[in-house]
Design a protein around this ligand. Structure first.
Ligand code: UTP
Length: 274
């Protein structure tokens, strides 16, 4: 399995902190948010992770690169050296592509088409500003569900209050297992009006999508907000292949705004503090 992390957004909800530092590099405990996400992908079985970024965010590439300077500096600092080695091990599994214009999540995903469109297995997509708690991780559980369903696509879900459905991609689905967490998706709509929302099951930062999604994104017209929406391409995928929804038990944290970041720190940071 390959993974894809869209991380090219401007981060305007967290301005001015994100003027120079990408939100994906904000620290959560002793490591940046995106490292938690890369680790989740690799632990779920991804052998390679493609990060979609932009030339303005060169510092993301710098973080995931080998540094002889740091090797020299940390030569006698065993613990810090272990962390450096860990980052470098992850770096060897990462490739970067650029999104030159921020035209939405679907457009960001499309930028990785040349690297991922010929994959046989579904591609794991993890939003670069969403951390998810819980063990096993949402990605690992979704990968296991996909395997049980003949390699089908799986979209991670969470329940949201009815008054907030217009902020999310919302699905219509039929429960397809007794666990109450698995749904056969019949429809999906981006940011519906409250009265038109088919449910309060929202798409929540993790996707395992058939590589066919790249072909669909190539012809995807801009949708809500004038952006190329991944949700709209998934809507088309529904007409071609089964797509499941999985209400993962872990809690999702949106680190793309100061409030979500603070809540995330309370949950994740203690795990890295001795
Ligand atoms: P968001 O909409 O939360 O990110 O996208 P944003 O555009 O940075 O948000 P603002 O500016 O605060 O409103 C979810 C994920 O998709 C990536 C973002 O980096 C984030 O990880 N993304 C979004 C892209 O890579 N490209 C885009 O054009 C939009």
């Amino acid at each position: 399995m390959k993974a894809l992390i869209p991380a090219a957004g401007y981060g305007t909800r967290f301005f001015p902190a994100t003027k120079c530092v990408p939100k994906e590099l904000l620290p959560v405990g002793n490591k940046p948010a995106i490292q938690w996400i890369v680790e989740e992908a690799i632990e779920a079985g991804a052998e390679e992770v493609v990060i979609v970024t932009s030339p303005e965010k060169q510092i993301l590439r710098d973080y995931f690169s080998e540094s002889s300077l740091w090797h020299t500096r940390l030569a006698k600092k065993e613990e810090a050296m272990r962390e450096l080695t860990r980052v470098e091990e992850l770096s060897r599994k990462i490739r970067f592509v650029d999104q030159l214009e921020q035209r939405g999540l679907g457009h960001a995903v499309l930028q990785a088409a040349s690297l991922l469109r010929d994959e046989k297995d579904p591609v794991l997509i993890l939003l670069g500003d969403a951390l998810v708690g819980g063990h096993p991780s949402a990605s690992a559980e979704m990968a296991a569900l996909s395997l049980r369903c003949a390699n089908a696509s799986v979209v991670g879900l969470e329940l949201v209050p009815e008054e907030k459905v217009s902020r999310y991609g919302i699905i219509a689905g039929v429960p397809s297992a007794e666990d109450g967490r698995t749904f056969g998706i019949t429809d999906i709509v981006e940011k519906p009006k409250r009265e038109e929302a088919p449910s309060n099951l929202a798409v929540a930062g993790r996707y395992l999508l058939s590589p066919r999604i790249f072909e669909l994104l190539e012809t995807q017209r801009p949708g809500v907000g004038g952006e190329i929406q991944l949700t709209d391409a998934i809507q088309k995928l529904l007409g071609l292949e089964p797509v499941y929804g999985y209400l993962y038990p872990g809690k999702r944290f949106d680190i793309g705004n100061p409030e979500g970041y603070l809540i995330c720190l309370q949950e994740f940071a203690p795990r890295t503090v001795q």
